[in-house]
Design a protein around this ligand. Sequence first.
Ligand code: PEP
Ligand code: MN
Length: 356
Amino acid sequence: MTLQNQLQELRGQVDEINLKILDLLNQRARIVSDIGKVQAQLGTSFYDPQREAQMLTMLEQANQGPFSNETIKALFREIFRASMALEEKEARAKILVQRKSPDDRTVITLPDGVTRIGDGGFQVITGPCAVESLEQMEETAAALAARGIKIIRGMAYKPRTSPYDFQGLGEPGLKIARQVANKYGMFVTSEIMDASQIPMMSDYVDIFWVGARNMQNSFLLKALGQVRQPIILKRGLSATLEEFLYAAEYIVSSGNPNVILIERGIRTFERWTRNTLDIGGVTVLKLESHLPVIVDISHSAGRRDIAVPLARVAKASGADGLMVEVHPNPPVAMSDAKQQLTIPQFHELMDALATA
Ligand code: PEP
Ligand code: MN
């Protein structure tokens, strides 16, 4: 046999082994995936470092060379990593709020059939922090209507830090919000605190909203999965993006696909803004999820003097709109006095957005 022939023969053997390894690797991946399914039923974690260490020890003991134990362990660790990555990819594909393709987007249409959130336009949701009186809502709504705003906000139940602060007008506040919204052809959104309020609030609101402090109230989220109105879900004060999306998953997996995510700033060491607007998070949410994302420039800043640049940033980030608080007389507002825009400032903001 010539050396050339010998080389070919040996290469043939390597090719055959490669194919066997390929087949074995894929067989292994399928079995590992079955293990993942059993673990899911048992409620145990897919990642089991003890089991990994056990497999590596077994391989070390069986290794006869010429590869060193270190080389064998490095190769198998790579195989374990690949299996983990495959499992994570499959797990992500099962998450309902996860974007499956670049053009996958949830578009929410309000009852007039033309007001949409998530269709590529930029919705401005605005109104005072809280409903305080008919006069206050009337004056605000008239200004909003002049700029074509379709969704008015106003809380009737306020989750305040101190129990001695204004807690909201309750149902009479919702009545006021409904009355002015009807007058100006607007939709109402207001915060819900507890699942027991769903039947009563359904008479007044077009969009339920879950505040930051309730983002992880899974009972409330599941209950809102059963309503027909869309749900605004605000990011928790210290919630990661993953926790935020899982909270949305509670609502969607319970039957309501119409969820709007709101980034409202997160707690950091910074004190010159009330919270830190996570604009990078907004772009990541847009990539990871098909749900509309809105930027709350009021609670993320806690101050009105940077509203215009923040609104521009929100629009440039690819968000589906913004939320901003407006009050006819912010210094006397019963909550969030420092951040609510005056009506002239609201008009300036709308002018700035028109050219952004
Ligand atoms: C609000 O929108 O007025 C509010 C209290 O928001 P958050 O739940 O984000 O603090
Ligand atoms: Mn507020």
